[in-house]
Ligand binder design. Sequence first.
Ligand code: C2E
Ligand code: MG
Ligand code: MG
Ligand code: MG
Length: 292
Amino acid sequence: SAKEQGRDGWRFFSEEIHEQARKRLDISNGLRQAIQNAELEIRFQPILCTESQIIRGAEVLLRWMPPTGEIPPSLFIPIAEMSGSIVPIGKWVFQAACEAERDWFARFGEQAPYVSVNISARQLNDESVVEAFSEILRDTGADPSRLLLELTETSLMSDVTSNLRLLHRLADLGLRVAVDDFGTGYSSLAQLLRMPVNFLKIDREFVDGLDKRHDSKAIVSAVCSMARAMQLQVVAEGVENETQHGYLRDIGCDYVQGYFFHRPLPPSEFLSLLLESDAQERKAMPEDLHAV
Ligand code: C2E
Ligand code: MG
Ligand code: MG
Ligand code: MG
């Protein structure tokens, strides 16, 4: 009968919820062991100068590979935030970022790419973050001004006052700050200007619309001129084709990042890429310039 079917439907629905809750619990438990079990890895996605296409930076993107198979950050990061695991995991990522920065600086000097690290709002609720990051900076000898903390617009705006205090203390260490996924939240310019922000990262959604929708062009171009007025640098993320790149070049967006140029790469592949382009730039240079 319809009544029984309804009951079955409900049972199915509640089993589904139960199954989802169990999965989240498994992920949460697994994450607690992820560092000790050496299941975390990082990728570097190149960030290029829009004009010259020279690699100027790299975003660190976390990967979790438990024995049961890779789980994407879109799934495990929100759970790590809720359970608090993001605090130790975030320190692990920051340590890896600092080690990379130091290695690249030793090899390439001032030409070395800067390193961009994603930070969750949850990490700014924890007083220990400032002490931990400054200790990591000291131990690795990384130059803080070559490290960028990426905070989403939404997380910067979610508990403005307490997050702001810790953000200022991190900026006082010399670290620089980028607003990630810019355009998806509701920050006011007045609020943004009160924060120690150096970069805006335009969300993929607007870049994706560049070759499809007129309003995306207007938005991206307005963000770039606003950023110039505020003396912020702009990175466009999720660039997937030449049309989008051309438009970003026309409006003077400083940096680009996306599959059109490079996917997130394992550390060894990213280093090979740097060594390759370094060699090419040297080759392009006339001999007499070397002598100077
Ligand atoms: P996000 O910080 O906005 O990072 C950019 C995401 O866009 C990455 O996804 C990247 O792989 C993807 N992407 C880059 N270029 C393109 C493109 O051309 N097309 C498309 N379709 N996608 C592109 P990923 O690696 O899956 O990371 C997703 C999100 O997870 C990140 O978004 C960030 O919010 C979070 N996340 C990643 N690593 C960390 C971390 O170490 N700590 C924290 N707190 N969050 C992280
Ligand atoms: Mg990011
Ligand atoms: Mg982003
Ligand atoms: Mg995004």
